[in-house]
Design a protein around this ligand. Structure first.
Ligand SMILES: [Zn+2]
Length: 485
Protein backbone atom coordinates (compact mmCIF):
# COMPACT_ATOMS: atom_id res chain seq x y z
CA UNK A 1 0.00 0.00 0.00
CA UNK A 2 1.32 3.40 -0.93
CA UNK A 3 1.19 6.48 1.24
CA UNK A 4 -2.28 7.66 2.27
CA UNK A 5 -2.72 11.18 3.60
CA UNK A 6 -5.67 12.75 5.38
CA UNK A 7 -6.57 15.84 3.39
CA UNK A 8 -8.49 18.53 5.28
CA UNK A 9 -9.83 19.70 1.91
CA UNK A 10 -11.69 16.45 1.19
CA UNK A 11 -11.96 15.37 4.84
CA UNK A 12 -10.76 11.91 3.88
CA UNK A 13 -7.65 9.81 3.55
CA UNK A 14 -6.50 9.82 -0.04
CA UNK A 15 -3.55 8.35 -1.96
CA UNK A 16 -0.56 10.67 -2.06
CA UNK A 17 0.48 11.75 -5.54
CA UNK A 18 2.93 14.53 -6.21
CA UNK A 19 2.70 17.21 -8.87
CA UNK A 20 6.18 16.42 -10.10
CA UNK A 21 7.39 12.84 -9.86
CA UNK A 22 9.62 12.21 -6.87
CA UNK A 23 9.41 15.77 -5.60
CA UNK A 24 7.39 17.23 -2.71
CA UNK A 25 6.83 20.94 -2.29
CA UNK A 26 6.03 21.43 1.38
CA UNK A 27 5.04 24.62 3.18
CA UNK A 28 4.39 24.99 6.89
CA UNK A 29 3.15 28.24 8.45
CA UNK A 30 5.84 29.34 10.86
CA UNK A 31 5.80 31.49 13.99
CA UNK A 32 5.13 35.18 14.52
CA UNK A 33 8.41 36.16 16.10
CA UNK A 34 7.55 38.33 19.11
CA UNK A 35 8.06 35.94 22.03
CA UNK A 36 9.31 32.48 22.95
CA UNK A 37 7.06 29.75 21.54
CA UNK A 38 4.97 27.63 23.89
CA UNK A 39 5.20 23.85 23.80
CA UNK A 40 2.08 23.51 21.65
CA UNK A 41 3.72 25.54 18.88
CA UNK A 42 6.41 22.88 18.58
CA UNK A 43 3.96 20.08 17.80
CA UNK A 44 3.82 21.16 14.14
CA UNK A 45 7.58 21.63 13.87
CA UNK A 46 8.21 18.16 15.33
CA UNK A 47 5.49 16.41 13.35
CA UNK A 48 6.32 17.96 9.97
CA UNK A 49 10.03 17.26 10.53
CA UNK A 50 9.11 13.59 10.88
CA UNK A 51 6.79 13.81 7.85
CA UNK A 52 9.64 15.17 5.75
CA UNK A 53 11.97 12.41 6.96
CA UNK A 54 9.45 9.71 6.11
CA UNK A 55 8.87 11.19 2.64
CA UNK A 56 12.64 11.09 2.13
CA UNK A 57 12.64 7.49 3.33
CA UNK A 58 10.13 6.87 0.51
CA UNK A 59 12.68 8.45 -1.87
CA UNK A 60 10.96 11.77 -2.39
CA UNK A 61 13.06 14.88 -2.66
CA UNK A 62 11.42 17.39 -0.31
CA UNK A 63 11.66 21.16 -0.57
CA UNK A 64 10.52 22.43 2.84
CA UNK A 65 9.59 26.06 3.56
CA UNK A 66 8.90 27.32 7.10
CA UNK A 67 8.40 31.08 7.30
CA UNK A 68 8.87 33.72 9.94
CA UNK A 69 6.13 36.34 10.27
CA UNK A 70 8.16 39.42 11.11
CA UNK A 71 5.52 42.10 10.38
CA UNK A 72 2.70 41.95 12.90
CA UNK A 73 0.83 44.03 15.47
CA UNK A 74 2.27 42.03 18.38
CA UNK A 75 5.81 42.71 17.18
CA UNK A 76 5.04 46.41 16.71
CA UNK A 77 3.44 46.67 20.16
CA UNK A 78 6.42 45.04 21.83
CA UNK A 79 8.82 47.28 19.89
CA UNK A 80 6.91 50.38 21.01
CA UNK A 81 6.89 49.18 24.61
CA UNK A 82 10.66 48.71 24.53
CA UNK A 83 11.28 51.83 22.42
CA UNK A 84 13.10 49.92 19.68
CA UNK A 85 12.57 49.19 15.97
CA UNK A 86 10.26 46.21 15.23
CA UNK A 87 13.17 44.48 13.48
CA UNK A 88 15.05 44.39 16.80
CA UNK A 89 12.19 42.37 18.30
CA UNK A 90 11.73 40.05 15.31
CA UNK A 91 15.46 39.36 14.91
CA UNK A 92 15.75 38.66 18.62
CA UNK A 93 12.95 36.09 18.56
CA UNK A 94 14.11 34.49 15.32
CA UNK A 95 17.40 33.81 17.12
CA UNK A 96 15.54 32.52 20.18
CA UNK A 97 13.45 30.23 17.98
CA UNK A 98 16.56 28.93 16.24
CA UNK A 99 18.11 28.16 19.63
CA UNK A 100 15.05 26.08 20.61
CA UNK A 101 14.81 24.45 17.19
CA UNK A 102 18.48 23.43 17.19
CA UNK A 103 18.12 22.07 20.68
CA UNK A 104 15.31 19.83 19.45
CA UNK A 105 17.78 18.38 16.98
CA UNK A 106 15.38 18.65 14.04
CA UNK A 107 16.63 18.83 10.48
CA UNK A 108 16.91 22.44 9.24
CA UNK A 109 14.27 23.53 6.75
CA UNK A 110 15.36 24.28 3.20
CA UNK A 111 14.02 27.84 3.42
CA UNK A 112 13.12 30.13 6.33
CA UNK A 113 11.82 33.24 4.53
CA UNK A 114 10.97 36.42 6.39
CA UNK A 115 8.02 38.54 5.29
CA UNK A 116 10.10 41.72 5.22
CA UNK A 117 12.30 40.16 2.53
CA UNK A 118 9.28 39.52 0.29
CA UNK A 119 7.50 42.88 0.23
CA UNK A 120 8.00 43.41 -3.57
CA UNK A 121 6.56 39.91 -4.20
CA UNK A 122 3.60 40.69 -1.94
CA UNK A 123 2.93 44.00 -3.77
CA UNK A 124 3.10 42.21 -7.11
CA UNK A 125 0.72 39.51 -5.87
CA UNK A 126 -1.80 42.06 -4.59
CA UNK A 127 -1.55 44.00 -7.88
CA UNK A 128 -2.41 40.83 -9.80
CA UNK A 129 -5.47 40.29 -7.60
CA UNK A 130 -6.59 43.89 -8.17
CA UNK A 131 -6.09 43.53 -11.95
CA UNK A 132 -8.11 40.31 -11.95
CA UNK A 133 -10.85 42.06 -9.97
CA UNK A 134 -10.48 39.66 -7.07
CA UNK A 135 -9.51 42.60 -4.91
CA UNK A 136 -10.58 46.24 -4.60
CA UNK A 137 -8.97 49.38 -3.23
CA UNK A 138 -10.56 51.82 -0.76
CA UNK A 139 -8.58 54.73 0.76
CA UNK A 140 -5.18 53.09 0.30
CA UNK A 141 -6.47 49.81 1.65
CA UNK A 142 -6.81 46.67 -0.47
CA UNK A 143 -9.44 44.03 0.32
CA UNK A 144 -9.93 40.59 -1.14
CA UNK A 145 -13.49 40.19 -2.39
CA UNK A 146 -14.57 36.74 -1.22
CA UNK A 147 -17.71 36.92 -3.39
CA UNK A 148 -15.39 36.96 -6.41
CA UNK A 149 -14.07 33.52 -5.49
CA UNK A 150 -16.79 30.97 -6.06
CA UNK A 151 -15.42 28.17 -3.96
CA UNK A 152 -14.62 30.29 -0.91
CA UNK A 153 -15.16 28.12 2.18
CA UNK A 154 -14.19 24.84 0.57
CA UNK A 155 -11.39 24.08 3.04
CA UNK A 156 -13.17 24.95 6.27
CA UNK A 157 -16.62 23.93 5.06
CA UNK A 158 -17.97 27.36 6.00
CA UNK A 159 -20.65 28.93 3.85
CA UNK A 160 -20.53 32.66 3.18
CA UNK A 161 -24.24 33.06 4.00
CA UNK A 162 -23.79 31.38 7.39
CA UNK A 163 -20.77 33.52 8.11
CA UNK A 164 -22.74 36.66 7.38
CA UNK A 165 -25.63 35.56 9.57
CA UNK A 166 -23.28 35.15 12.52
CA UNK A 167 -21.59 38.48 11.94
CA UNK A 168 -22.00 41.28 14.44
CA UNK A 169 -22.95 44.74 13.20
CA UNK A 170 -19.75 46.69 13.88
CA UNK A 171 -18.09 45.78 10.61
CA UNK A 172 -16.20 48.05 8.27
CA UNK A 173 -19.06 49.29 6.09
CA UNK A 174 -16.68 50.12 3.25
CA UNK A 175 -16.27 46.39 2.59
CA UNK A 176 -18.42 44.69 -0.06
CA UNK A 177 -18.75 41.64 2.17
CA UNK A 178 -18.07 41.69 5.93
CA UNK A 179 -15.69 38.76 5.43
CA UNK A 180 -13.57 40.44 2.79
CA UNK A 181 -10.09 40.49 4.24
CA UNK A 182 -7.18 42.89 4.10
CA UNK A 183 -4.36 42.34 1.63
CA UNK A 184 -2.65 45.69 2.14
CA UNK A 185 -3.27 48.47 4.66
CA UNK A 186 -1.90 51.96 5.27
CA UNK A 187 0.64 52.03 8.08
CA UNK A 188 -0.16 54.08 11.15
CA UNK A 189 2.31 56.51 12.66
CA UNK A 190 5.35 54.63 13.96
CA UNK A 191 4.55 51.41 12.10
CA UNK A 192 6.83 49.91 9.44
CA UNK A 193 5.82 51.18 6.01
CA UNK A 194 6.65 50.34 2.41
CA UNK A 195 5.79 52.26 -0.75
CA UNK A 196 3.13 50.65 -2.89
CA UNK A 197 0.75 51.59 -5.74
CA UNK A 198 -1.85 52.22 -2.98
CA UNK A 199 0.38 54.44 -0.84
CA UNK A 200 2.69 53.72 2.07
CA UNK A 201 1.55 50.67 3.99
CA UNK A 202 2.14 47.11 5.07
CA UNK A 203 0.77 43.70 4.11
CA UNK A 204 -2.16 41.95 5.80
CA UNK A 205 -1.34 38.61 7.36
CA UNK A 206 -2.68 36.05 4.88
CA UNK A 207 -0.99 37.36 1.76
CA UNK A 208 2.55 36.65 2.99
CA UNK A 209 2.25 32.86 2.74
CA UNK A 210 0.75 32.98 -0.76
CA UNK A 211 3.47 35.34 -2.00
CA UNK A 212 6.31 33.35 -0.45
CA UNK A 213 4.92 30.06 -1.76
CA UNK A 214 4.64 31.46 -5.28
CA UNK A 215 8.18 32.82 -5.23
CA UNK A 216 9.94 29.86 -3.61
CA UNK A 217 7.87 26.81 -4.54
CA UNK A 218 5.70 27.89 -7.50
CA UNK A 219 1.99 28.30 -8.28
CA UNK A 220 0.98 24.88 -6.94
CA UNK A 221 2.36 22.96 -3.98
CA UNK A 222 1.90 19.41 -2.73
CA UNK A 223 1.47 19.81 1.04
CA UNK A 224 0.52 22.82 3.13
CA UNK A 225 0.60 22.33 6.88
CA UNK A 226 -0.28 24.11 10.07
CA UNK A 227 -2.21 23.85 13.32
CA UNK A 228 -5.98 23.33 13.05
CA UNK A 229 -6.57 26.90 14.22
CA UNK A 230 -5.19 28.08 10.87
CA UNK A 231 -7.83 26.36 8.72
CA UNK A 232 -10.11 29.36 9.01
CA UNK A 233 -9.59 32.05 8.04
CA UNK A 234 -5.87 31.87 7.29
CA UNK A 235 -5.68 28.86 4.99
CA UNK A 236 -9.10 29.49 3.50
CA UNK A 237 -7.87 32.95 2.54
CA UNK A 238 -4.59 31.60 1.20
CA UNK A 239 -6.54 29.40 -1.22
CA UNK A 240 -8.67 32.35 -2.35
CA UNK A 241 -5.53 34.42 -2.94
CA UNK A 242 -3.50 31.71 -4.66
CA UNK A 243 -6.24 30.35 -6.88
CA UNK A 244 -7.69 33.81 -7.46
CA UNK A 245 -4.34 34.95 -8.86
CA UNK A 246 -3.29 31.93 -10.91
CA UNK A 247 -6.46 29.95 -11.62
CA UNK A 248 -4.46 26.83 -10.68
CA UNK A 249 -4.87 24.50 -7.69
CA UNK A 250 -3.02 26.24 -4.87
CA UNK A 251 -2.29 23.17 -2.77
CA UNK A 252 -3.14 19.49 -3.22
CA UNK A 253 -2.95 18.24 0.38
CA UNK A 254 -3.85 20.30 3.43
CA UNK A 255 -2.60 18.78 6.65
CA UNK A 256 -3.38 20.09 10.12
CA UNK A 257 -2.08 19.01 13.48
CA UNK A 258 -4.36 19.08 16.54
CA UNK A 259 -3.89 21.15 19.64
CA UNK A 260 -2.61 20.19 23.03
CA UNK A 261 -4.03 20.75 26.47
CA UNK A 262 -2.05 21.03 29.64
CA UNK A 263 -3.56 19.19 32.61
CA UNK A 264 -6.91 19.14 30.79
CA UNK A 265 -6.89 22.87 30.23
CA UNK A 266 -6.20 24.93 27.17
CA UNK A 267 -2.95 26.82 27.57
CA UNK A 268 -3.63 30.51 27.78
CA UNK A 269 -1.99 33.60 29.13
CA UNK A 270 -5.13 34.50 31.10
CA UNK A 271 -5.10 31.16 32.98
CA UNK A 272 -1.35 31.55 33.41
CA UNK A 273 -0.58 27.94 32.49
CA UNK A 274 1.55 28.62 29.43
CA UNK A 275 4.77 26.62 29.28
CA UNK A 276 7.34 27.64 26.72
CA UNK A 277 9.19 25.00 24.76
CA UNK A 278 12.36 26.27 26.39
CA UNK A 279 11.05 25.92 29.96
CA UNK A 280 9.91 22.39 29.16
CA UNK A 281 13.27 21.46 27.67
CA UNK A 282 15.09 22.96 30.67
CA UNK A 283 12.96 21.09 33.18
CA UNK A 284 12.75 17.86 31.20
CA UNK A 285 14.48 17.33 27.88
CA UNK A 286 13.95 17.94 24.13
CA UNK A 287 13.88 14.16 23.59
CA UNK A 288 10.93 13.88 25.99
CA UNK A 289 8.97 16.54 24.10
CA UNK A 290 9.54 14.78 20.76
CA UNK A 291 8.67 11.39 22.23
CA UNK A 292 5.49 12.78 23.82
CA UNK A 293 4.25 14.25 20.55
CA UNK A 294 5.17 11.36 18.31
CA UNK A 295 3.61 8.79 20.66
CA UNK A 296 0.25 10.18 19.63
CA UNK A 297 -1.20 10.57 16.13
CA UNK A 298 -0.88 14.15 14.94
CA UNK A 299 -4.65 14.55 14.39
CA UNK A 300 -5.43 13.52 17.96
CA UNK A 301 -6.00 16.16 20.58
CA UNK A 302 -3.37 15.62 23.22
CA UNK A 303 -3.43 16.24 26.93
CA UNK A 304 -0.02 16.69 28.52
CA UNK A 305 0.26 16.00 32.21
CA UNK A 306 2.77 14.60 34.67
CA UNK A 307 1.62 11.04 34.12
CA UNK A 308 2.21 11.32 30.35
CA UNK A 309 5.61 12.90 30.90
CA UNK A 310 6.61 10.12 33.30
CA UNK A 311 5.31 7.58 30.80
CA UNK A 312 7.60 9.10 28.17
CA UNK A 313 10.56 9.01 30.55
CA UNK A 314 9.81 5.37 31.22
CA UNK A 315 9.47 4.56 27.51
CA UNK A 316 12.64 6.38 26.55
CA UNK A 317 14.51 4.66 29.35
CA UNK A 318 13.54 1.26 27.92
CA UNK A 319 14.80 2.22 24.45
CA UNK A 320 18.09 3.62 25.68
CA UNK A 321 18.68 0.73 28.08
CA UNK A 322 18.31 -1.68 25.18
CA UNK A 323 20.80 0.39 23.17
CA UNK A 324 23.26 0.22 26.08
CA UNK A 325 22.94 -3.56 26.20
CA UNK A 326 23.44 -3.71 22.43
CA UNK A 327 26.55 -1.55 22.80
CA UNK A 328 27.95 -3.74 25.55
CA UNK A 329 27.35 -6.97 23.66
CA UNK A 330 28.70 -5.58 20.41
CA UNK A 331 31.99 -4.60 22.03
CA UNK A 332 33.05 -8.19 21.49
CA UNK A 333 34.84 -8.66 18.16
CA UNK A 334 32.00 -9.68 15.90
CA UNK A 335 33.90 -10.39 12.71
CA UNK A 336 32.23 -13.20 10.83
CA UNK A 337 29.23 -13.37 13.17
CA UNK A 338 25.77 -14.28 11.93
CA UNK A 339 22.63 -12.40 12.97
CA UNK A 340 20.10 -14.58 14.81
CA UNK A 341 17.79 -15.62 11.95
CA UNK A 342 14.56 -15.61 13.92
CA UNK A 343 15.37 -12.22 15.39
CA UNK A 344 16.17 -10.79 11.98
CA UNK A 345 12.86 -12.06 10.62
CA UNK A 346 10.98 -10.63 13.61
CA UNK A 347 12.52 -7.20 13.01
CA UNK A 348 11.72 -7.35 9.30
CA UNK A 349 8.08 -8.11 10.15
CA UNK A 350 8.04 -5.18 12.57
CA UNK A 351 9.62 -2.98 9.95
CA UNK A 352 6.72 -3.74 7.60
CA UNK A 353 4.26 -2.98 10.39
CA UNK A 354 6.00 0.29 11.04
CA UNK A 355 5.93 1.24 7.35
CA UNK A 356 2.25 0.33 7.17
CA UNK A 357 1.52 2.64 10.10
CA UNK A 358 3.56 5.46 8.66
CA UNK A 359 1.94 5.09 5.26
CA UNK A 360 -1.45 5.28 6.95
CA UNK A 361 -1.43 9.05 7.38
CA UNK A 362 1.82 9.11 9.36
CA UNK A 363 0.70 7.03 12.30
CA UNK A 364 3.74 7.56 14.51
CA UNK A 365 1.96 5.97 17.47
CA UNK A 366 1.93 2.68 15.53
CA UNK A 367 5.53 3.19 14.47
CA UNK A 368 6.69 3.68 18.06
CA UNK A 369 4.68 0.62 19.13
CA UNK A 370 6.55 -1.43 16.49
CA UNK A 371 9.88 -0.12 17.72
CA UNK A 372 8.89 -1.01 21.29
CA UNK A 373 8.11 -4.51 20.11
CA UNK A 374 11.62 -4.63 18.60
CA UNK A 375 13.07 -3.72 22.00
CA UNK A 376 11.01 -6.44 23.72
CA UNK A 377 12.15 -9.00 21.15
CA UNK A 378 15.76 -7.97 21.61
CA UNK A 379 15.53 -8.09 25.41
CA UNK A 380 14.00 -11.56 25.21
CA UNK A 381 17.22 -12.81 23.58
CA UNK A 382 18.89 -12.07 26.90
CA UNK A 383 22.23 -11.47 25.20
CA UNK A 384 23.54 -9.56 28.17
CA UNK A 385 23.72 -12.57 30.46
CA UNK A 386 24.76 -15.10 27.85
CA UNK A 387 28.27 -15.99 26.83
CA UNK A 388 29.45 -13.31 24.43
CA UNK A 389 30.21 -14.65 21.00
CA UNK A 390 30.51 -13.39 17.44
CA UNK A 391 26.88 -14.21 16.64
CA UNK A 392 25.49 -12.33 19.66
CA UNK A 393 27.67 -9.44 18.66
CA UNK A 394 26.36 -9.45 15.08
CA UNK A 395 22.78 -9.65 16.40
CA UNK A 396 23.33 -6.75 18.81
CA UNK A 397 24.81 -4.60 16.04
CA UNK A 398 21.87 -5.45 13.78
CA UNK A 399 19.40 -4.39 16.46
CA UNK A 400 21.24 -1.18 17.25
CA UNK A 401 21.40 -0.14 13.61
CA UNK A 402 17.71 -0.94 13.24
CA UNK A 403 16.58 1.15 16.20
CA UNK A 404 18.90 4.04 15.37
CA UNK A 405 17.79 4.08 11.72
CA UNK A 406 14.08 4.34 12.48
CA UNK A 407 14.76 6.52 15.47
CA UNK A 408 16.56 8.98 13.20
CA UNK A 409 13.44 9.28 11.08
CA UNK A 410 11.66 10.60 14.19
CA UNK A 411 14.74 12.48 15.45
CA UNK A 412 14.81 10.11 18.43
CA UNK A 413 17.35 7.71 19.97
CA UNK A 414 20.40 9.52 18.63
CA UNK A 415 21.79 10.63 21.99
CA UNK A 416 24.67 9.09 23.90
CA UNK A 417 22.69 6.43 25.84
CA UNK A 418 24.63 6.59 29.08
CA UNK A 419 24.52 10.38 29.28
CA UNK A 420 20.86 10.43 28.35
CA UNK A 421 19.84 7.83 30.94
CA UNK A 422 21.69 9.86 33.56
CA UNK A 423 19.77 12.90 32.37
CA UNK A 424 16.47 11.04 32.83
CA UNK A 425 17.53 9.96 36.30
CA UNK A 426 18.49 13.52 37.20
CA UNK A 427 15.01 14.68 36.22
CA UNK A 428 13.41 12.03 38.43
CA UNK A 429 15.81 12.68 41.31
CA UNK A 430 14.93 16.36 41.20
CA UNK A 431 11.23 15.49 41.41
CA UNK A 432 11.98 13.41 44.50
CA UNK A 433 14.03 16.21 46.03
CA UNK A 434 17.19 14.10 45.78
CA UNK A 435 20.51 14.57 44.06
CA UNK A 436 23.19 12.39 42.50
CA UNK A 437 25.81 13.16 45.18
CA UNK A 438 23.58 11.87 48.01
CA UNK A 439 22.71 8.69 46.13
CA UNK A 440 26.31 8.06 45.04
CA UNK A 441 27.49 8.43 48.62
CA UNK A 442 24.95 5.89 49.95
CA UNK A 443 25.82 3.47 47.16
CA UNK A 444 29.51 3.86 48.01
CA UNK A 445 28.82 3.23 51.73
CA UNK A 446 27.02 0.04 50.74
CA UNK A 447 29.93 -1.04 48.55
CA UNK A 448 32.30 -0.52 51.49
CA UNK A 449 30.02 -2.49 53.83
CA UNK A 450 29.99 -5.34 51.31
CA UNK A 451 33.75 -5.25 51.02
CA UNK A 452 34.01 -5.56 54.80
CA UNK A 453 31.45 -8.37 54.67
CA UNK A 454 29.15 -6.30 56.89
CA UNK A 455 26.03 -7.77 55.26
CA UNK A 456 23.59 -6.30 57.76
CA UNK A 457 24.66 -2.72 56.99
CA UNK A 458 24.77 -3.48 53.26
CA UNK A 459 21.17 -4.76 53.39
CA UNK A 460 20.05 -1.74 55.41
CA UNK A 461 21.58 0.60 52.89
CA UNK A 462 19.97 -1.26 49.99
CA UNK A 463 16.60 -0.98 51.76
CA UNK A 464 17.18 2.70 52.42
CA UNK A 465 18.00 3.31 48.76
CA UNK A 466 15.01 1.29 47.65
CA UNK A 467 12.73 3.42 49.85
CA UNK A 468 14.15 6.45 48.11
CA UNK A 469 13.18 4.90 44.77
CA UNK A 470 16.70 3.86 43.80
CA UNK A 471 17.29 0.52 42.20
CA UNK A 472 20.78 -0.97 42.47
CA UNK A 473 22.22 -2.75 39.47
CA UNK A 474 24.88 -4.92 40.98
CA UNK A 475 27.57 -5.89 38.51
CA UNK A 476 26.73 -3.11 36.08
CA UNK A 477 29.85 -0.97 36.03
CA UNK A 478 28.44 1.58 33.62
CA UNK A 479 25.20 2.28 35.44
CA UNK A 480 25.47 1.00 39.05
CA UNK A 481 22.07 2.42 40.02
CA UNK A 482 18.89 3.76 38.44
CA UNK A 483 15.85 5.64 39.59
CA UNK A 484 12.84 3.30 39.55
CA UNK A 485 10.52 4.13 36.67
ZN1 LIG B 1 0.55 30.92 6.73
Amino acid sequence: MGLMVYNTLTKSKVPFETIEEGKVRLYLCGPTVYDLLHIGNFRGAIFFNMLRNWLEELDYKVDFVYNYTDVDDKIINKANAEGVEPSVISERYIKEFETDFNRLGLKPHDHNPKVTDFIPNIIEFVSTLVEKEKAYVIDGEVFYSIDSFETYGKLSGKKIDDLEAGQRVDVDTRKKNPFDFVLWKPSKEGEPSWDSPWGGGRPGWHIECSAMIKEILGDSIDIHGGGIDLIFPHHENEIAQGEGATGKTYCHYWMHNEFINLNDEKMSKSIGNVITGRAFMDKYDPEILKFLYLSVHYRTMMNINEEKINGSICGLSRFYNAIIVANQVSQYDGTGGVVNKKFEEALLTLEKKLAKGMNDDFNTAEAIASLFEGVRTFNALNLKTKQKDVNSCATAIYFKEWIVKFGKMMSLFQRDPKEFLMRLDDILLKEKGLDRVTVDSLVEQRNQARKQKDWASADDLRAQLSDMGIELQDGNLEIPWEVKK
